[in-house]
Design a binder for this molecule. Structure first.
Ligand SMILES: Cc1ncc(COP(=O)(O)O)c(C=O)c1O
Length: 371
């Protein structure tokens, strides 16, 4: 076994994508998912810790939701979040990875077929694999290719379409309205992961589905709390029947310890805070506009991707920017397709205009030197 692992690691190293842990950087943050700065908010932390001794007898949740890990607090929180996003039910999961795994595996059926955008997150790929449902990709954000898939499906199968509203790697935005129209035309169900949209986009940061009022057309929506919401955990939103199915069939829900009270309280406090952060959202939009005005081919969102093909080249670029004081991480293959390696730049409400212009200056100078 030792040799098998050694060989795998050697092969990885040769490909230039051996993963290693890096301690937090003191450089300007252009890499975290803390888009609103809530993860580092002392105001939020104070709210979470307020009255914590008197509000729960337990630090740990002590069991899974179906055993001793359930609480009225968790159930009311699920209801509140579902209502906020415009759904009938919400089901909490340990994190977004588990939410996608649990959701997709619970939909396992020989009568289903899945069409997924090629850019969806690894957790959706893993969930699809676990579901054992036959699955076919459609080209990223390509409506014609999706329609081709829908037209040519077997008429006896229920179709599930899986996508993200804002894609985590490059910040591209799904054409949600058109996808919902297609889903309606062909009787398909839409599953949308809003991990990178909630908190930042839509009215009160409710996300892109809410921005377009599309809840009725969505079969399931995944919201994660570890990104703009600054905490941890995730929820799957949908109809009541979906919740029943998850409680009964999602192993990632059934066979795991429930989120502890402190995390639930942090989620509660985040939901009391982020909807009011219109000033931060507006400033973040202003920074996006600034970025777009100064960088060609920029995405319309707070996530930007700068293509630098090759693992070695993109790692070197990230190192150079780190030396200039900017924390920007490379996305290597196989996380992204070989030849499509990128620097992923995330913009935050706490970044300044000066930091962005300074970083773009170094980025363009570096690229000009390489050309
Ligand atoms: C689109 C998307 N879905 C799900 C996840 C997983 O969420 P979590 O970090 O809460 O496990 C991520 C995390 O990177 C993501 O980008």
């Amino acid at each position: 076994l030792k040799h098998v692992l050694e060989n795998k690691l050697i092969r990885r190293n040769k490909l230039g994508n051996l993963r290693e842990l890096k301690t937090p950087s003191i450089s300007v943050d252009f890499s975290s998912n803390d888009y609103l700065g809530l993860a580092q908010s002392s105001h939020l932390l104070t709210a979470v810790l307020r009255d914590v001794h008197t509000s729960s007898p337990c630090l740990g949740s002590t069991g899974s939701r179906l055993l001793t890990g359930n609480s009225l607090y968790a159930q009311l929180l699920e209801e509140k979040i579902a209502h906020f996003h415009g759904y009938a039910s919400g089901t909490l999961f340990g994190c977004g990875y588990l939410a996608n795994l649990g959701l997709l595996s619970a939909l396992s059926s020989p009568n289903h077929v899945i069409f997924f955008d090629t850019h969806v997150h690894a957790s959706i790929h893993d969930g699809i694999r676990l579901s054992k449902v036959p699955a076919f990709p459609f080209k990223h954000n390509d409506i014609n290719h999706l329609e081709y898939r829908l037209k040519n499906r077997s008429s006896t199968k229920n179709v599930l379409i899986c996508l993200e509203s804002v894609y985590s790697t490059d910040g591209s935005v799904a054409p949600l309205v058109t996808i919902c129209q297609l889903a309606e035309k062909y009787g398909a169900s839409v599953i949308v992961d809003e991990a990178h949209a909630v908190g930042v986009l839509g009215p009160e940061g409710r996300g892109l589905v809410a921005a377009h009022g599309l809840q009725e057309c969505i079969f399931a929506q995944v919201v994660t709390f570890g990104k703009a919401l600054g905490t941890y955990g995730a929820i799957v939103l949908g109809k009541k029947q979906l919740q029943q199915a998850l409680i009964n069939f999602a192993h990632a829900y059934i066979y795991t310890t429930a989120l502890p009270f402190l995390v639930l309280k942090a989620i509660t406090c985040s939901y009391e805070t982020f909807p009011k952060m219109e000033t931060e959202r507006a400033y973040l939009q202003h920074l996006i506009t600034l970025f777009r005005a100064n960088y060609p081919h920029a995405s319309p969102t707070h996530i930007q991707a700068v293509k630098i093909p090759g693992n070695a080249a993109v790692k070197q670029a990230a190192r150079y920017l780190e030396m200039q004081g900017f924390d920007i991480r490379p996305l290597l293959s196989p996380t992204v397709q070989k030849g499509h390696e990128i620097l992923r730049i995330s913009l935050h409400a706490f970044n300044t205009e000066k930091q962005i212009l300074h970083m773009l200056h170094h980025l363009t100078t570096m690229r000009a030197c390489d050309a």
